[in-house]
Design a protein around this ligand. Structure first.
Ligand code: SF4
Length: 423
């Protein structure tokens, strides 16, 4: 199925600067791979940190996590390509959530940045392609969603109708999917893009709004994707799975004897029927993100009360889910000792209610650009103090929990806000 290079065909290498076991399930990579390979005079090659070699003249990186920036130089060097713009003939660009959040960070090394949805922007870029770099950059600087440092200012461009947007049906995985590939031999289904909720800490609401695929289109994608890739499992690939036909989608998967997994669940929308469908689809673990205590939760825009979480846990008990993973944050603006105490009381009560194994993960809050907390200063001292307090509250409960390091989060915050990153 990999398109073969022949004379007259242009090549684009799409690079995931981390290991393939995660990158193989990156929908952005699959979108570009399918999109480019469906253009007659273009072919696309996927390159991962641990597999493949960069060999094209046009090279695109996608960034999900800022620390991946540090893999660019080594990957280019392995293929004999200089990172400095003036020392190479190849054209480098980048896209993905990190670029959308901070488009200037990589402007010293990237010839251009893509901001928004690849389906909307990339075909227009390829139409302008020429090996004459200055001419090419001049031409693409007029395309909305293309930021060429020195020539124009950052702008975003998003698809309006997902039904009118081609779906990445071909999703290659190794023949024998290794154990570390967390989703296994699964097909990624994106029924919607965006999120209708407006949590103040999350950049998602500022990215193009909510777009839904119709149920008919979703069924067609499932039928074609499963057949083409010979998969028996589907991953619902969304930020929050709020699609108004979400139950019908799951019922359709069940009626086709397909296993499925819904990694992102909105507790306030997950009634017993919905959870029952998920359980029937073979899912054993539920992931929730209460973030903090109830009062602060409402203040930061996540309008779900504690009782809704407790009802959710009781439903999960009835349906014999085996594991619940719960995510919380410390270092949130205005979060004080009283909030931490209340959060711990909530955690202890939730754990006590759950018959499933209950894992708690606590992460330092990292203020992101494009959110209400963009200007908030990360304070490593506050994180350390709150982590200590939390340990003293939770330590006695016998509960298993993990607190992510403050230093790593601080580095992420710096990279997210830095005007330019230097290697
Ligand atoms: S945190 Fe989740 S629910 Fe809230 S806006 Fe972001 S994606 Fe939506």
């Amino acid at each position: 199925m990999q398109k073969q290079w022949k004379k007259g065909i242009n090549q684009l290498d799409i690079v995931y600067p981390n290991k393939k076991f995660g990158g193989a399930y990156n929908l952005g990579i699959l979108i570009i791979y399918n999109l480019v390979n469906n253009i007659p005079n273009w072919m696309c090659n996927r390159v991962f940190l641990d597999e493949g070699k960069i060999s094209a003249n046009l090279i695109g990186f996608t960034f999900q996590y800022e620390p991946d920036y540090f893999n660019i130089k080594g990957m280019l060097a392995k293929s004999g390509i200089a990172i400095e713009k003036e020392k190479r003939k190849q054209i480098l660009f980048a896209g993905g959530p990190c670029v959308n959040a901070n488009p200037t960070a990589l402007s010293k090394y990237m010839d251009f940045l893509v901001m928004g949805d690849a389906e909307e922007i990339l075909p227009k870029i390829l139409d302008c392609y020429t090996e004459d770099k200055p001419k090419f950059l001049e031409n693409i600087s007029k395309i909305p969603g293309v930021f060429v440092p020195g020539l124009n200012n950052p702008s975003c461009s998003y698809v309006k109708s997902l039904d009118d947007t081609p779906y990445p049906l071909y999703q290659p995985l190794p023949v024998d999917v290794p154990k570390e590939y967390v989703f296994g031999n699964a097909f990624l289904l994106e029924p919607e893009r965006g999120c209708p909720f407006v949590c103040k800490f999350c950049p998602m609401p500022s990215r193009g709004g909510v777009r839904l695929r119709s149920l008919e289109k979703i069924k067609e994608i499932i039928d074609k994707g499963i057949k083409l890739n010979k998969r028996n499992k589907v991953i619902i690939y969304t930020a929050s799975f709020t699609h108004p036909k979400r139950k019908e989608i799951l019922k359709y998967l069940l009626s086709n004897n397909l296993e499925f997994s819904v990694p992102s669940i909105k507790v306030e929308l997950a009634d017993r029927d919905f959870l029952e469908l998920i359980r029937k689809g073979g899912q054993r673990t539920l992931t929730i993100a209460p973030e903090c205590d109830e009062k602060l939760r409402f203040d930061i825009g996540k309008r779900v009360d504690d009782e809704q979480y407790f009802r959710f846990i009781e439903n999960a008990n009835d349906l014999s889910f085996e594991t619940i993973k719960a995510y919380f944050m410390i270092g949130i603006p205005e979060q004080n000792d009283e909030n931490i105490k209340k959060m711990c009381e909530f955690i202890i009560k939730a754990k006590g209610l759950s018959k499933a194994k209950f894992y708690v993960s606590i992460n330092p809050f990292v203020p992101k650009p494009g959110t209400a907390f963009s200007e908030y200063q990360f304070d490593e001292g506050v994180i350390k103090k709150q982590a200590k307090l939390l340990k003293s509250f939770l330590g006695k409960s016998g509960l298993r929990f993990k607190i992510q390091g403050a230093r790593q989060a601080r580095e992420e915050w710096i990279l997210t806000h830095k005007k330019e990153v230097y290697f």
